[in-house]
Design a protein around this ligand. Structure first.
Ligand code: SF4
Length: 436
């Protein structure tokens, strides 16, 4: 049958959609564009903000227009946290963030039972279980998109940190990790398929291994994956500052194929705000992490996320954050105005910040981020970086260095090739250079 998929949200959702696509192809189905007729539609939803919920609902409503008789199955975080709201939209199947393969079985069964003449099915089948009691990691077919250089490898699901702004622990449940030997096996297979870079993803990969209760931790996994795929670069997804210790850095710096790019989730540079956010570190611990990274790696790329306008954030607190950003000298940042999320402690906190103030703070933070980004790019001039080339555009080849700067060179036939490049300049958001 012809199946169309629409995905909202983070890298984990994108990974899970890729896995669903691989599985559907293996089962003999054809993947078709979402904006057109299909026999079945899958919407993989997100609930990280109220806007994500809204976009998820819009996508669900939209697919009915392309084929009113199609079977519509909805999965993902929004479906997990509010299955009744999704069921009320006239869909056929509602699943959550676990049980992807049974979800596909159900979808196939419903499609086989449906005749073109009877588009009105019975009540939707809702298979959403209690995610809080989920204890095992669901291993899905790994892979990336055909022709791409980079594949994602999901090694973890769930989070128990309960940051006060975040709904994810309620959508994803407790920490579940992909066993080390399975992760190494997947890495080996992806390398054999021709991928040159693996990105370790999960909801909170810093907690990888916690559920094994045998002392294994993320650095053990990283070492195993780097060894299993020596011809691939390994890039880490978002880390919590607690992961970065001298022991971690010593072992990580000894891995020749580990990228020196560390995304260290920060959210605020002000201790009082971090406390209200229920983050488990203060700015001193955060700074210790980035100092350690700079001690063990040569000018690594350190990137972060920042939320501005969290409830109770005063102008002084925000200025403390701005000063801290400058001290940390990030190479790139994602900045978000706080978005009030029903069902989280933050939504009920006093001192909600006006939207105009949040937007103005986001603008100011972005201007600091741009200044820091520019400085980091300029520091790369004169270095030789190993660039993995991904695509050609306007006669120039583009790729990324291990520190996640984007580099362009002129050349030919560089797709999926890794080459040392001497960096000669900065052009907008990118570095320019010459292969050596
Ligand atoms: S660490 Fe905090 S922000 Fe990240 S998923 Fe867990 S609760 Fe959400």
């Amino acid at each position: 049958m012809k199946i169309a998929i629409y995905t909202l949200g983070c890298k984990v959702n994108q990974y899970e959609t890729q896995a669903i696509e691989t599985e559907l192809t293996l089962r003999g189905h054809a993947l078709v564009p979402f904006e057109g007729p299909a026999d079945a539609y899958i919407i993989n939803t997100c609930t990280v903000t109220a806007v994500s919920d809204h976009k998820s609902r819009q996508a669900i409503r939209r697919c009915r227009k392309y084929n009113p008789a199609a079977v519509v199955g909805v999965c993902g975080c929004y479906a997990q946290t509010d299955p009744q709201a999704v069921a009320a939209l006239g869909v056929d199947l509602v699943s959550g963030t676990a049980g992807r393969l049974p979800f596909l079985d159900d979808l196939e069964r419903l499609a086989a039972a449906r005749t073109a003449a009877s588009s009105d099915g019975p009540e939707p089948l809702v298979t959403v279980g209690n995610i809080m009691s989920q204890r095992s990691f669901e291993e899905l077919p790994a892979g990336g998109l055909a022709g791409r250089t980079r594949a994602m490898l999901k090694v973890e699901d769930g989070c128990v940190n309960f940051c006060s702004y975040c709904i994810i622990p309620y959508a994803r449940g407790p920490v579940r990790s992909l066993p080390l030997a399975d992760a190494a096996g997947q890495a080996r297979r992806l390398a054999e398929e021709g991928y040159r870079e693996l990105v370790l993803t999960g909801i909170e990969i810093s907690s990888w291994g916690q559920d094994f209760r045998d002392g294994t931790s993320l650095i053990d996994l990283i070492e195993a994956i780097c060894a299993a795929a020596p011809g691939c670069r390994v890039r880490l997804g978002s880390l919590e500052p607690r992961t970065i210790t001298a022991g971690f850095c010593r072992r990580a710096a000894a891995l020749p194929n580990l990228c020196d790019h560390f995304h260290l989730s920060m959210q605020s540079g002000c201790d009082a705000t971090l406390k209200r956010m229920n983050r488990k570190y203060d700015s001193a611990r955060y700074y210790e992490s980035i100092s350690l990274l700079r001690e063990f790696f040569d000018r690594p790329g350190i990137t972060t996320d920042l939320i501005v306008g969290f409830p109770g954030e005063t102008e002084e607190e925000f200025e403390a954050t701005l000063a801290f950003l400058r001290r940390c000298a990030f190479s790139a940042m994602h900045i978000f105005p706080y978005s009030r999320r029903e069902g989280t402690p933050g939504a009920k906190m006093p001192g909600q910040v006006l939207r105009a103030v949040k937007e103005e703070r986001a603008r100011r933070a972005r201007s600091v981020a741009e200044e820091l980004r520019r400085r980091y790019l300029e520091e790369q001039v004169g270095r030789t970086l190993s660039v993995l080339f991904e695509e050609e555009k306007d006669g120039l080849w583009r790729g990324h260095a291990p520190n996640y700067t984007e580099v362009t060179v002129s050349g030919q036939g560089l797709h999926n090739v890794e080459r040392p490049v001497r960096i000669t300049g900065v052009s907008g958001e990118r570095l320019t250079g010459e292969p050596v």
